[in-house]
Design a binder for this molecule. Structure first.
Ligand code: PGA
Ligand code: ZN
Length: 406
């Protein structure tokens, strides 16, 4: 039974204020969780309130409504908060106030049951068998996440054909370090972007892709056969001078070993999305299914996703808990997407905290991928998730996982 709920202000990786909530039960268990923040936020995301207001809302309105309830009943408790808020976009209490408590509820419920968080999330998602997601490492940052001249927001490497999570993490770290050496060849200092990747200024976006292919090869991996590339265009917040064109994207897909392309069109451009998916389905010449990933277009929102499914707008969804604002609504969106055969990618935000919640969440829902920035040891807000996944791998597959530390 929930005895107390507290909230406090903490700072995220950009130094901005955010909220952390702690839920305590009468059996002496407690669970805390913190909410991240985006920079290239979608228009259809749930709304936040300033961190100080969020803390007050938790203490004044949310806590009194939940005290005395059983934290195992995630859906019921989330429903109480949604009803208390009374708005479609959570603008009254703030998605940040609600989500901090919602995540903390699942943490304390897991702790009361004596199970790992991913196991508890799995039981909420009606599953018992688990797999590790493949990490999508954002090694070059551009767009709103960096001060450089690259329009595309994220240039990722995806070790999708490297076996075993610990080997995938090692591949990501090695490629990141090789890339650093290649970039430092041009200039002594290479800036770092919000998600821990390099943020160099380069003549073209294609040059960034060339560099990643070189870094993959020079690290001893085969591009495409072992390690692929991913892009997040973030078209809804890309510079107006960037040319959004299906022909251009198809050119990139044929010139580079790209497995995943996220938000290539604006969040309002349903036609652009549907036509591109059709084009991709017709021209996809490879054995691998190329992912057309909806982030801002779906905003982890069931009505947006349902429209997208009807219009065949994409084939994969980027899931961010704070786009919708509760754990159980996020699980519902995942269920809808999975049912339609969509690939599930669990994602961090560009402004992150040390909370590793999404690592457990991604395993709990058996997501195929997780996107949580660069494997950069100077960025603990990214590494906390990658390291937690190593722990989970050791628990789930003790014979496969090595004892090597990341
Ligand atoms: P954001 O970016 O967290 O700044 O919104 C992440 C993304 O667009 O995937
Ligand atoms: Zn995105």
């Amino acid at each position: 039974m929930i005895k107390e709920i507290h909230a406090q202000i903490i700072h995220d990786s950009r130094g901005d204020e955010t909220i952390q909530a702690t839920v305590v039960t009468d059996s002496g268990h407690s669970g805390s969780s913190a909410v991240p923040a985006g920079a290239s936020k979608g228009k259809y995301e749930a709304k936040t309130v300033p961190a100080a207001v969020a803390v007050e809302n938790v203490q004044k309105y949310i806590a009194p409504a939940l005290i005395g309830k059983d934290p195992a009943n995630q859906q019921e408790l989330d429903q109480i908060m949604v009803a208390l808020d009374q708005t479609e976009d959570k603008s009254y209490l703030g998605a940040n106030s609600i989500l901090a408590v919602s995540m903390a509820i699942s943490r304390v419920a897991a702790s009361e049951k004596g199970v790992e968080l991913y196991q508890h999330i799995g039981s909420l998602d009606h599953r018992t068998g688990f797999n590790l997601p493949v990490p999508m490492f954002n090694l070059i940052n551009g767009g709103k996440h960096a001060e450089n001249n690259l329009d595309i927001q994220e240039f990722m490497v995806i070790p999708d054909r490297v076996q075993g999570y610990h080997n995938q993490l090692s591949a990501g770290k090695l490629i990141f370090s090789t890339l650093g050496t290649l970039l430092r060849g041009n200039s002594a200092f290479v800036p770092i972007g919000d998600e821990g990747g390099y943020a160099p200024s380069l003549d073209t976006n294609e040059m960034a892709l060339d560099l990643l292919v070189r870094a993959i090869k020079e690290s001893g991996y085969q591009p495409w056969e072992e390690v692929s590339l991913g892009l997040d265009i973030a078209a809804s917040s890309v510079a107006p001078t960037f040319e959004i064109s299906p022909r251009r994207y198809l050119g990139l897909l044929s010139d580079f070993p790209i497995l995943s392309i996220e938000d290539p069109f604006n969040e309002e451009d349903w036609d652009g999305w549907s036509q591109f998916r059709k084009l991709m389905d017709e021209t996809n010449p490879t054995s691998k299914r190329i992912m057309l990933v909806g982030d801002d277009i779906f905003a982890t929102n069931p009505s947006r996703l349902s429209k997208g499914l009807e219009l065949k707008a994409a084939n994969a969804i980027l899931v961010k808990l704070n786009q919708i604002g509760t754990v159980s609504q996020t699980l519902n969106v995942i269920e809808m997407a999975r049912h339609a055969g969509y690939i599930i990618i669990i994602s961090h935000r560009s402004g992150e905290t040390l909370d590793d919640y999404i690592a457990d969440f991604s395993v709990g829902v058996n997501a195929q991928f997780i996107k949580t920035g660069a494997p950069n040891d100077n960025h603990p807000e990214r590494m906390s998730k990658y390291r937690r996944l190593l722990d989970i791998e050791r628990q789930l597959f003790p014979n496969n996982a090595t004892t090597k530390q990341a």
